[in-house]
Design a protein around this ligand. Structure first.
Ligand SMILES: [Zn+2]
Length: 84
């Protein structure tokens, strides 16, 4: 997970925050996840981000993450990335 975020930030070195707008893999709600680089690592707000065993990225909105804080690899309806 950390490597993914590192790569994302390396792609846009002038930004300290990345905003992802993705559909929640569970409920389909459009979820806006804000990723902030901090001195100790990365902070995610608004949702959670996962890498599946197939190498794709999956996001979950905050409420689905709370209900089930892991990914369901059977769902592969994932698109990626819309940066702002
Ligand atoms: Zn959801």
């Amino acid at each position: 997970m950390i490597e993914i975020l590192k790569k994302m930030f390396e792609g846009i070195p002038d930004k300290s925050t990345i905003v992802l707008e993705e559909k929640c893999s569970d409920c389909g709600t459009v979820t806006i996840i804000e990723i902030t680089a901090t001195s100790g690592g990365y902070g995610l707000q608004g949702g959670a981000l996962f890498k599946s065993s197939t190498g794709i990225y999956i996001d979950k909105c905050h409420s689905c993450y709370k209900a089930s804080p892991k990914i369901d690899d059977n769902k592969k309806t994932v698109s990626w990335i819309k940066q702002k």
